[in-house]
Design a protein around this ligand. Structure first.
Ligand code: COA
Length: 260
């Protein structure tokens, strides 16, 4: 397994856990860390031994406390745009990953941390987690799609409030708003995440990939998601997973989907 400077990788039972490992900086995302996350996700997506990916942060205090402010303090307009574009590319690749990606949010998820959690397919928060987009305090706006994905997840009115006030919200409030799927005590975070992950990875991997592509199509400019679903649905009938899933149902047994 490849080793990285700012992230730790752990594989168990086909699940890759990527932990951002800069606890002294509350796991703030410098550009190298973002590139490493992108590389690890792409590599895992191609690896048939990996069924799903969990993203989390090292330590009990922070998931990710945002982009690394010290890195961009003297950036020009052009450098700011390049920083944002590179982040968008990686976060899009997380969102479009055809294997399930779950954020286990173990503490502060601010700025780029909240944005990375939102790029994941699902989010589970520990009860100490805090979410927010505090960029306006710095004279900035979110640069890793926070203005887009927060609206998608919690709706325009509340998204605008969080984006404009820089308010931090707790895990329960994030749950109430639909920003996270579950809230659990911190010592149960990984167990709950793995439980949810195993429910998903027991399903057809090709169908899960189709779900990711179809849901993504809903948000794509110029793509008719309804038509996209018709085509994707049809393609399922040509897969081994379909043969196995239907045979298992008719034979009253559990389906055994093979990854390739
Ligand atoms: N970028 C760079 N360094 C960061 C950081 C960030 N986004 N967030 C935290 N750190 C660093 C701090 O500078 C500090 O480093 P130091 O010990 O070398 O001084 C260390 O992490 C611990 O943070 P600290 O602020 O002392 O912890 P705290 O418990 O008092 O406060 C936060 C926690 C999350 C409220 C506070 O760190 C914070 O507001 N961070 C910035 C959040 C933000 O604006 N994110 C969006 C960036 S675009």
């Amino acid at each position: 397994m490849k080793t990285y400077t700012n992230i730790l990788l752990h594989i168990e039972n086909g699940i890759l856990t990527i932990s951002v490992n800069r606890p002294d900086k509350l796991n703030a995302l410098n550009q190298e860390t973002i590139q490493e996350i992108g590389d690890a996700v792409k590599t895992a997506e191609r690896d048939p031994a990996i069924a799903g990916i969990i993203l989390t942060g090292v330590g009990a205090k922070a998931f990710i406390a945002g982009a690394d402010i010290s890195e961009f303090s003297s950036y020009s307009i052009e450098q700011g745009q390049a920083l944002s574009a590179a982040g968008h590319e990686v976060f899009n690749s997380v969102e479009r990953c055809t294997k399930p990606v779950i954020a286990a949010v173990n503490g502060f998820a601010l700025g780029g941390g909240c944005e990375l959690a939102m790029a994941c397919h699902l989010r589970i928060a520990s009860d100490n987690a805090k979410f927010g987009q505090p960029e306006v305090k710095l004279g900035l706006i979110p640069g890793y799609a926070g203005t887009q994905r927060l609206v998608q997840l919690i709706g325009k009115g509340k998204a605008l409030e969080l984006l404009m006030t820089a308010d931090m919200i707790g895990a329960e409030e994030a749950h109430r708003l639909g920003l996270v799927n579950y809230v659990v005590p911190q010592d149960q975070l990984m167990a709950k995440t793995l439980e949810l992950m195993s429910k998903i990875t027991a399903q057809s991997p090709r169908a899960i990939a189709g779900i990711v592509r179809c849901v993504d199509a809903f948000y794509k400019e110029g793509v008719d998601g309804f038509q996209f679903e018709i085509e994707e649905f049809g393609r399922c009938f040509g897969t081994d997973d379909f043969k196995e899933g239907v045979s298992a149902f008719l034979e009253k047994r559990k389906a055994n989907f093979v990854r390739s």
